[in-house]
Design a protein around this ligand. Structure first.
Ligand SMILES: [Ca+2]
Ligand SMILES: [Ca+2]
Length: 279
């Protein structure tokens, strides 16, 4: 009797323990299903997607308390194959010049030393730009200068004599000085002069810039009227007297100009006699 009572008590305790392991049963199936169970389904869906070897798909869903899935960035976008214009200059890299190769699919490096790489010209220099001109050592018939990094050979009647700068204006006859006995005369002279070049032969007596011509500085006549012009277009109106002739080199003429007056209109400012200057 006591043994049967003990087995009955053990059976009740076992039954109570099993009951404690059961999950709570829903009392309101609608509320529980919309909250806790839906998040479990989302989690299970993501797990099943990962198990099949595919990355999770972005769903933008934040209702499960997790940040929304975001597609991974494309870390290695496709790059077009390198191409360039075959054998074209590309850039300077220090004293090296970088060119496109013969097939247009790569670069080749050309050392320029001892001369620099010339980015503006797109090449290696072959001499020192601006270096003093000199006779070509191996050929006495040429005069060599280097205006922009490439050698320029000039033939002269007496190369190594004419290469000397006799009047110290930094230009020899070979380099373009048409009068190596007058330092005011040289190729590239920008000033104008009233007086002719001493000893120069007619008719080109003012050719200070060695271009073979008498170039006048002021070739235009004045329109003869200033009144009626706007302020910003007044002061720029200058020229020789309308009804006179444009004076030749060294000759005098009447010079007119307009100025904005204190009475707020464009008026003739001055007219005076002055010489024409030339080069
Ligand atoms: Ca000279
Ligand atoms: Ca000239």
């Amino acid at each position: 009797m006591i043994a049967r009572g003990g087995w009955a008590l053990a059976g009740l305790l076992l039954l109570a323990g099993c009951w404690a392991d059961f999950p709570d049963q829903p009392t309101d199936s609608g509320n529980r299903d919309s909250a806790g169970d839906s998040s479990q389904r989302d989690s299970l869906r993501r797990d099943s997607q990962r198990r099949d070897g595919q990355p999770p798909q972005p769903d933008g869903d934040t209702s499960d308390g997790q940040p929304p899935d975001v597609a991974p960035p494309d870390l290695e976008p496709d790059q077009p194959p390198f191409s360039c214009t075959a054998e074209a200059f590309r850039r300077c890299d220090g004293d090296d010049a970088i060119f496109c190769n013969e097939t247009g699919d790569g670069e080749v490096t050309t050392p320029c030393a001892p001369f620099p790489c010339n980015q503006a010209a797109g090449r290696c220099d072959l001499c020192t730009a601006g270096a003093p001109p000199a006779c070509k050592a191996s050929d006495d018939g040429f005069f060599v200068s280097c205006p922009d990094g490439l050698p320029v050979e000039t033939a002269c009647a007496n190369p190594c004599v004419d290469a000397v700068d006799s009047d110290s204006d930094s230009q020899s006859e070979c380099a373009g000085d048409c009068n190596d006995g007058n330092p005011l005369v040289f190729s590239g002279q920008t000033s104008f002069f009233v007086e002719p070049i001493p000893g120069a032969a007619e008719p080109v007596k003012w050719d200070y810039n060695c271009d073979g011509q008498n170039e006048v500085k002021l070739p235009d006549r004045h329109p003869g009227k200033c009144y009626g012009r706007p302020k910003d277009a007044c002061d720029t109106v200058v020229g020789w007297y309308k009804y006179g002739s444009v004076p030749k080199c060294g000759e005098n003429g009447w010079w007119w100009r307009c100025r904005w007056s204190k009475h707020d209109f464009c008026d003739v400012d001055t007219e005076h006699n002055k010489p024409q200057v030339c080069r």
